[in-house]
Design a protein. Structure first.
Length: 677
């Protein structure tokens, strides 16, 4: 692999309309942070940039629902996510935002450069316009009937019932979410990036020059290119975003897909005056860490933008991950089916490294994977506690017990000692190779093999038995065990930074550079180690059960909210409605109708008379419990015979999502016979 002078590592900008969850961490931020920490261990010049993506329609929709401004929304979630990343230990060199002045300037200049070079196509098209709100409608501001599955409430870009991607003009009976009115098609001008122009170059650059990219990334790019690329709009009609910086573009902003990746550039500008070295020098290596939903933007569209501009380097790799599911179900922010990072940090204080370990060990590198709380518990208890923690604790405790915490000298080596020592550089080389090739899950497995090596060495040499007969042999065993422990502080540094810091404090040593992390002189004989404590503690069943129940409660709440509601019946005219005479009455008597399960015979004072009504509510109410209740009753319903009883009207009931019936009654007692209007 080419030796680069510097590295620019970007992590996908999280969208600032909600908090960060485990899916984001597993797909992007933990892998990126592991890789960056590894580069720093190797002494590389590296900049790690990220920030909030703060423009686009979903933010305006959320702001509208909450009755606040879009700026209020992005300020809230930028602060939440920035703090969560800091508390979790993601080591961004800068966490910026796309509403910053520097970003607005950089994005505007980038657009203007391409505009002045004639790289855009200007094209008019018809888009929906709300005449009442006097504005063009983004796709998500239009709803209607899906042409594929006939579901109501489909959006202008997608039907969430059947998952079909749509154009707003595909919708049947479209309506504006702003005013509720029927929008009209109106001509509007926009600028387009002609991706088809770059298709031959992309074929060569991706399909020929970058065959080393991960199969999921390469395959998705090939699929897009083989299908043929089309011009893509870089502007849209919206009042939230960066204004298009040309004359005649009033009311138009840069499309968020164009605006957001430029955020990597503006963040680097904010970080260092030498930003051009990282973006424009061929001796710099740029790597984008993203999720699979961002592959097309980072591998096809953003590189085409950079190519069109002409002075920027291109990404050398884009190691995108697949998705992480949660307890067998797709993570969904709208359904609150997620484990939010800021909540995890509150509920599992001090266990940042446990989550880093589990998310890396179960990383969705080649396929979608599933996070479960049982697996979280098992990996902590059976791997971190029982392997890594157990080995280190035994090595340190035995050194204190037998030699008062003084590191014993290395004596004559046995064949088994030599075999164990010879394994250290091999395992470290496996960790290194896997990290270099973005196989972080395998790299972590190899790092744990380093701890397994120590565990096996102690178990096989049994110093607790030898101490009675061969103290010199025990000195050698514990010296080697402590050297392995010292090397673990570097091998695990990128994965478990808090743990390795704690272990260095126990061993009373400074940080060890990567090239030395397989040697036998990283802790000196005669030096004093500190009193140890447990690196990890067991996670108990009740902690896991609480988290599982928390998710179950979410699912129950979602099911109640999403229960199907009967469709609207055919329209009636106003005259039909006025014919209904609905009064407030009071139930005087109630009894079950013989040989039925559902029917109650009620005697009701309607204010105009006392009459009998047969009602199908016996499964929900005992007769004695309804006497005295005020009800709404349709008094001019034509009488009918039910089980030999003449029923003279109908009481009105509401049916819950679970099918339970509730009386429609006044909140305060009113006079019988009062009309319902």
């Amino acid at each position: 692999m080419r030796d680069y002078k510097r590295y620019l590592i970007t992590a996908a900008l999280p969208y600032a309309n909600g908090p960060v969850h485990l899916g984001h961490l597993a797909g992007v931020y933990v892998p990126a942070d592991i890789y960056v920490r590894y580069l720093r261990l190797r002494g590389r010049d590296v900049k790690f940039v990220c920030g909030s993506d703060e423009h686009g329609v979903p933010i305006t929709i959320k702001a509208r629902k909450e009755g606040v401004t879009p700026q209020d929304i992005v300020d809230r979630y930028h602060a939440i996510n920035k703090k969560a990343f800091e508390d979790f230990g993601i080591t961004f060199d800068i966490y910026s935002r796309t509403t910053s002045a520097e970003h607005r300037k950089t994005a505007s200049e980038f657009f203007k450069t391409l505009y002045d070079k004639g790289e855009f196509i200007e094209k008019s098209s018809k888009q929906y316009f709300d005449t009442e709100a006097q504005q063009f409608l983004a796709d998500r501001y239009i709803t209607g009937t899906c042409p594929k599955c006939s579901s109501e409430g489909a959006y202008g870009d997608q039907c969430e019932a059947c998952g079909t991607s749509l154009n707003a003009t595909d919708l049947i009976n479209p309506k504006s979410m702003l005013s509720g009115s029927v929008p009209e098609l109106k001509e509007t001008l926009h600028w387009y990036l002609p991706l088809d122009k770059y298709e031959p170059w992309l074929k060569e650059w991706i399909l020929e020059q970058n065959k080393h990219w991960k199969p999921n990334v390469y395959g998705q790019c090939k699929s897009w290119i083989d299908a043929g690329l089309q011009p893509r709009a870089v502007s849209r009609d919206l009042d939230w975003g960066i204004p298009v910086p040309v004359e005649g573009a009033d009311g138009k902003v840069l499309y968020v897909w164009f605006d957001a990746p430029i955020g990597y550039i503006s963040a680097t500008k904010e970080l260092t005056k030498d930003w051009e070295k990282y973006w424009k020098d061929e001796d710099s290596r740029m790597i984008h860490f993203i999720g699979k939903d961002n592959i097309v933007f980072h591998c096809i569209i953003f590189p085409s933008m950079l190519k069109a501009e002409g002075s920027y380097i291109l990404p050398e790799n884009v190691p995108a991950n697949e998705f992480l599911n949660l307890e067998g179900d797709k993570i969904s922010t709208s359904r609150n089916w997620a484990v939010w990072l800021h909540e995890y940090l509150e509920e599992f204080p001090g266990k940042e490294d446990v989550l880093r370990y589990v998310l890396c060990a179960n990383a969705p590198e080649t396929k979608d994977n599933d996070f479960t709380w049982k697996d979280f518990q098992a990996r902590n208890n059976n791997e971190l506690v029982a392997i890594l923690g157990n080995f280190v604790n035994r090595a340190l405790v035995l050194t204190h017990k037998y030699f008062n915490g003084v590191v014993p000298a290395l004596g004559e080596l046995s064949d088994f000692d030599k075999e164990t020592i010879a394994e250290m550089p091999k395992i470290k080389a496996q960790v290194e190779t896997n990290l270099e090739n973005f196989k972080l899950r395998e790299a972590l497995k190899s790092a744990m093999d380093f701890a397994r090596l120590g565990n096996k060495y102690l178990a096989d040499t049994e110093p607790w038995k030898l101490i009675k007969t061969d103290e010199d042999r025990v000195k050698t065993i514990l010296n080697i065990s402590l050297q392995i422990s010292a090397n673990l502080t570097t091998v695990f540094e990128a994965f478990l930074p808090n743990t390795t810091k704690k272990l260095r404090e126990f061993l009373n040593i400074e940080a060890i550079d990567w090239d030395s992390a397989d040697k036998l002189d990283n802790i000196q004989a005669g030096s004093q180690i500190n009193n140890p404590a447990l690196l990890f503690e067991k996670i108990e069943d009740d902690q896991v059960e609480f988290q599982v129940q928390k998710l179950q409660n979410t699912k129950i709440a979602n099911e109640a909210e999403c229960a199907e509601v009967e469709p609207q019946k055919e329209n009636i005219n106003f005259d039909d409605f006025t014919k209904m005479d609905i009064r407030i009455g009071t139930i005087l008597e109630a009894e079950k109708v013989a040989k039925t399960k559902k029917l109650l015979k009620l005697k009701i004072d309607t204010g105009i008379d006392t009459r009998t009504v047969v009602s199908g509510i016996a499964e929900y109410f005992e007769p004695e419990n309804v006497i005295g209740k005020q009800v709404s009753i349709l008094v001019n319903l034509e009488p009918r015979q039910i089980k030999g009883i003449e029923s003279q009207g109908m009481i009105l009931m509401a049916e819950d999502a679970d099918g339970a019936l509730k009386f429609i009654q006044p909140s305060e007692k009113v006079k019988n016979g009062s009309g319902v209007r």
